[in-house]
Structures are given as structure tokens and as C-alpha cells.
Design a protein around this ligand. Structure first.
Ligand code: GLY
Length: 350
């Protein structure tokens, strides 16, 4: 087991290791008193792993109960949140009880947000079962639901009490969901970890314990310096300005991971065109992205993507912050006038 401590406003540990699901109860008992434990999961994940988690929690003195939501982005909604909170109130959960998010990013974001607002905050534990959730969304305390106007528009920074990541749970993932997570793994390599990028290039599995741990360390280092996303943490949005625009233009038919992969390539190509980044690094990124089964281009024009991006919540006034790769392992924040965004996209698209 690899343990990574996170010194955020609420310190906690991320445990990564094979077979940890069966030890979740013992690990949780080290940071929480025995209590009622509401396991929130979805209808894909719960049949696979909820029993094992419930048994482990029960053996450690917790009183588990399972709450299942429909799988998919649709569950990050006000209605699902309201139903979950009403259930907790009806079942008389108290502030000394805890929630356990068992699933991918949707379940983690929903459960985390519910934990942050129920009785003004109760403890929660993240148990990610997708690669994306293991390396990104379960760590760092961003919780949210979507509103009609856009994704993640209502949420809170609310750190978990513990993160338990068992890579065995990734074995049941459909290949396209695993690839989605690979895009976020590559992202850490491009942002500031050239060695990770080389490991992936040489064939190390993105879903192995050591790669997940390396990504979590990268994320931890950023979150510890900028927990509330006022500066440095925006580096984690590499490729995401383009990605959100692609997701929007495709009406979410193109998955987040695929969009991030295309977005990262697009922004690096624009950096190459502007003489900021060596062309060989772009070639390496395109090769690794394809090697991990992800797309590198899309059919949308720079104008379509810029229009979609400029209605994104990350725009502040007349400027937009781009994450620009100067090399594999060296990405920097670059504030540009919103009026220049379309030209950046045009330089990055083929
Ligand atoms: N997923 C980006 C962040 O946590 O800031």
C-alpha cells in the first residue's frame, strides 16, 4: 500500500493498493469513530463492489446502508442531490455519521457535495472506482453538481476524511472509460512530470499502483499550494478550455477524457506554432495519446470552439487563462485577452 498525506485545510491520507476495498473498514476506523455509514454508489458500480465495502465496514464496527443513484452525468443534478439529502434527513443521519462515495467522478462529486451541506457538513470518504476519479476527482476536495446553465456550477471545496483507491476495481472498467482516465494521467506528465510521461511511453500501465500514486502526488503538490483554485491549481486544467468547448459542441457525445486528450494536443500545437514549445514534444504527445487509445483531433472549427469556450464559467472578464505547454513537463499559466482565444484555437487545430 502506498500512502500519500495531503496537508489541506483538513489533512487526510490517500491510500493506494491492491485489495484495499476489503480493508476499507479498518482504514476508515483509523480516522472515524464507528458510526452509521451511508454508502453512495451508482447502479453500475454497486452490484460489483458495494457488498464487499459494506462487509468490510460492518466488520470494523460501522453500520452501513447503501444508497444507489443512476449511473451517468445526469445524477449530478439538484434533484438527485435533494433526494439524497431528504433520504438522509428521513433516516435521521447525524453529524457524527459518515458518507462513503463508491464510484467514479459523478458519485464522488455528488456525495462530496451532499456531505458538505448536510447538517452543515459531515465526514465523507472517497473510494474511487474509475481511473479518472483515482488520479483526479477524488483528491483535492472539489465537489459539485451541474445546473442547467453548465457543469459544476453549484459546489463546494470540501475535503474528504480519507481516500481509498483499490486498483483492482479498475479491472471491470469498459475500455473507453479507462481511456478517459488515461487522458488525465498524460496531463500530469505534460504539466510537470516528464519522467511520468516517459514511463507511459515505455509501456507502464496508466492504471498501475505506481502511476496512480505519482499522479496523486502531483495533484497533492498543487492542491497544497492552492487548495481554493485561485492560481496554481488552474494548471490542472491543461487542455480543458478546448475540452469543455468540444464537450459542449458535441452535446456531450464526446467524452471528457477524449475531449481533454484533443484539447491537450490542440493547445500544444498552438504553442509550437507560436514558437513556445519544440515540435518534437508535440509529436511525442500525439504518439502517446494515440498509444493509449485516445483521439487527437476533432471536426469543430476554431470559431465554433471559441464561441463555446467563451460562455464557459472559467472566463473572467475580458481575459482567459490558458495552460500552455512550453515542453513535456513544463506547462505555464498564460492570461490572454478573450478576443485572442479563437486565434489560439486556429493555430492548434489541423
Ligand atoms: N480537476 C481539477 C482540479 O481538481 O482542480
Amino acid at each position: 500500500m502506498i500512502t500519500i498525506p495531503v496537508q489541506a485545510s483538513k489533512p487526510y491520507s490517500v491510500h493506494i493498493g491492491h485489495g484495499l476495498l476489503a480493508k476499507a473498514g479498518d482504514l476508515a476506523a483509523k480516522v472515524l469513530c464507528p458510526c452509521r455509514a451511508l454508502i453512495v454508489s451508482d447502479d453500475n458500480v454497486s452490484p460489483l463492489y458495494a457488498d464487499a465495502l459494506a462487509q468490510s465496514l460492518q466488520a470494523a464496527g460501522f453500520v452501513p446502508e447503501l444508497y444507489v443513484v443512476a449511473h451517468g452525468e445526469g445524477s449530478k443534478s439538484l434533484q438527485t442531490l435533494a433526494d439524497l439529502l431528504e433520504h438522509m434527513a428521513a433516516q435521521k443521519y447525524t453529524r457524527t455519521d459518515a458518507m462513503f462515495a463508491l464510484g467514479g467522478g459523478v458519485v464522488g462529486d455528488l456525495c462530496g457535495f451532499a456531505a458538505s451541506v448536510y447538517l452543515r457538513g459531515i465526514p465523507f470518504v472517497q473510494i474511487p472506482t474509475t481511473l479518472l476519479a483515482c488520479v483526479d476527482s477524488s483528491v483535492g476536495g472539489k465537489t459539485a453538481i451541474n445546473l442547467t446553465a453548465g457543469k459544476n456550477l453549484a459546489g463546494a471545496f470540501y475535503q474528504p476524511s480519507l481516500v481509498i483507491c483499490d486498483p483492482d476495481t479498475l479491472r471491470s472498467l469498459p475500455p473507453e472509460i479507462l481511456s478517459d482516465g488515461c487522458a488525465e494521467v498524460i496531463k500530469y506528465g505534460v504539466i510537470n512530470d516528464r519522467e511520468l510521461f516517459c514511463m507511459l511511453k515505455q509501456g507502464t500501465s496508466p492504471a498501475c499502483e505506481c502511476v496512480i500514486a505519482r499522479c496523486v502526488q502531483n495533484k497533492r503538490d498543487v492542491v497544497e499550494q492552492d487548495e481554493f483554485d485561485t492560481g496554481l491549481r488552474q494548471l490542472l486544467n491543461l487542455g480543458h478550455t478546448v475540452a469543455h468547448a468540444i464537450e459542449k459542441c458535441s452535446d456531450f457525445a464526446i467524452s471528457h477524457g477524449s475531449a481533454v486528450a484533443i484539447g491537450s494536443v490542440t493547445i500544444m500545437r498552438a504553442a509550437v506554432a507560436r514558437g513556445l514549445c519544440p515540435a518534437k514534444d508535440l509529436d511525442a504527445l500525439i504518439a502517446l495519446t494515440a498509444q493509449l487509445g485516445l483521439p487527437t483531433s476533432c471536426e469543430y472549427s476554431a470559431e465554433q470552439l471559441a464561441n463555446a469556450a467563451l460562455s464557459d464559467k472559467k472566463r473572467t472578464g475580458g481575459s482567459i487563462t490558458l495552460v500552455v505547454p512550453y515542453a513535456i513537463g513544463d506547462s505555464r499559466l498564460c492570461k490572454i485577452p478573450a478576443s485572442e482565444l479563437q486565434a489560439w484555437f486556429a493555430a492548434g487545430l489541423i
